[in-house]
Design a protein around this ligand. Sequence first.
Ligand code: SAM
Ligand code: DTB
Ligand code: SF4
Length: 330
Amino acid sequence: MLPTQSQIRTDWTRDEVSQIYHSPLNDLLFQSQVRHRETFEPNKVQVSTLLSIKTGGCSEDCKYCSQSVRHATVVAPEALLDVRTVRERARAAKAAGATRFCMGAAWRKPKDKDLDRVLPLLAQVKALGMESCLTLGMLTATQADRLAAAGLDYYNHNLDTSPDYYPEVVSTHTYQDRLETLEHVRAAGIKVCCGGIVGLGESAADRIALLHRLATLPEHPQSVPINELVPIEGTPLAATPRVDPLEIVRTIATARILMPRSRIRLAAGRSQMSDELQALCFFAGVNSIFFGEKLLTAPNPGADRDRRLFDRLGLEPEPAPEPEPLPTVQ
Ligand code: SAM
Ligand code: DTB
Ligand code: SF4
């Protein structure tokens, strides 16, 4: 029998978050594992696959990103993928065990006519009975409503770091812009996928401030991706020293305690992590990953390595949830 579930709180103080984050690691991991087991099956992991549907050429200057026009990286701009390619990639992802298909576009914000072209791609994913996720940049309220009406399950839009550190990493849009898009997505009734990056050169206080922001949104994001920076040649952060891996574990465990019913995804960076570090991340509260050779432009562990990892840890991919009916258009 599952233990009684703890209360969901969106009124955490920064001090409380800091105390949790800095507690002795054994205490932190014990607490996060207890929270985890209140809601989730401890050995089941949700599996998503990512596809970049529109790569590169982005006007924004996010210092970590391979797809910004401001950085000379190996990523060449590409046009939006066609319906057939997306259908094939989604089918292959489903056959490989993914239950959610996430499509990303390197836009600051989509134009309405961009959305006209994305909706048929979304329809392909829905037709396969997979959960859908999009990340297209900033959205207006009307655009979020359009995506909701089309049956989009999740929208990814990360806060990425603390409000104080954000301007050190991005200058072409603001934290407030990010918060407004999140508000539009939430108001439209789309599930929110929102997390951040560890290893941007931020301090522990910045990671704590990010976690505090996430856990005090009006509702906890249903999905919280924690990325480790994948250093990309040609970006300003290419030579950033690697963060202490235990800081990633602390970030995850704290997220699990603050947001006990949210899925926490170990997102970018698994290629550069040992199985042992990933094992600690699962123990700390991760129950979702990206599966497949590639993230958007950077490598991800291949299927073979992930099958071995799941075998070594006794983990199992979680079956797809029952699809929700499409909302009726009034
Ligand atoms: N353009 C949209 C946006 O910025 O929201 C969607 C795509 S963007 C690539 C999505 C997220 O990927 C970013 O917010 C960031 O968290 C993550 N990301 C991008 N490049 C990364 C890198 N090199 N290492 C780790 N995470 C990265
Ligand atoms: C998220 O938090 N991580 C994913 C997804 N949301 C869109 C993206 C990771 C990108 C990693 C770098 C790359 O592939 O270019
Ligand atoms: Fe553009 Fe998103 Fe990359 Fe920023 S993170 S440069 S907005 S694709």
